[in-house]
Design a protein around this ligand. Sequence first.
Ligand SMILES: Nc1ncnc2c1ncn2[C@@H]1O[C@H](COP(=O)(O)OP(=O)(O)OP(=O)(O)O)[C@@H](O)[C@H]1O
Ligand SMILES: [Mg+2]
Length: 157
Amino acid sequence: MNVIEVNKLTKDYGHGRGIFDVTFEVHKGETLGFLGPNGAGKSTTMRHLMGFSKPLSGTANIGGLDCTAKHHEILRNVGYLPGEVALPDGLTGREFISMMKNMRSTKGDDRTDELLKLFELDPDGDVKRMSIGEKRKLAVVTAFMSDPDILLLDEPS
Ligand SMILES: Nc1ncnc2c1ncn2[C@@H]1O[C@H](COP(=O)(O)OP(=O)(O)OP(=O)(O)O)[C@@H](O)[C@H]1O
Ligand SMILES: [Mg+2]
């Protein structure tokens, strides 16, 4: 069974930049490494899978749902680690976590406390004052906390 289906996905940013006719599938239980040089279009493809960006042509589906049309369901059900973490002003890590939790459905156990402990991350500080590494850890915690069946990890290392 294909969990992720990308078919001829195209987003043309002009001057030859963007993604062109990208096609691949990810099956249930499979871990796919999505590799390519800088600017190849990995993050752009993932943003389309999350429904943050609308394709010029082609389709992206997760669990049979069109990623653009069903953006909100995708957001609820898919764990996403963005390549660049942009955090909102004026929130503590804990407030950011609960904001993200309100957007997600928790299928299995809530793993937040376990993950915070594992990463030795203090969530009570202002997110804007966190170091880059702490921001990455916070993003990893929010991607994994709801124990999602599907994870999209941009720059996971
Ligand atoms: N919003 C945008 N507007 C215009 N061009 C864009 C935009 N987003 C990405 N691009 C261009 O699209 C191409 C693909 O970028 P993308 O960030 O998806 O690459 P990547 O494979 O994730 O690269 P990296 O390995 O550096 O993370 C690049 O040429 C980039 O400059
Ligand atoms: Mg990228």
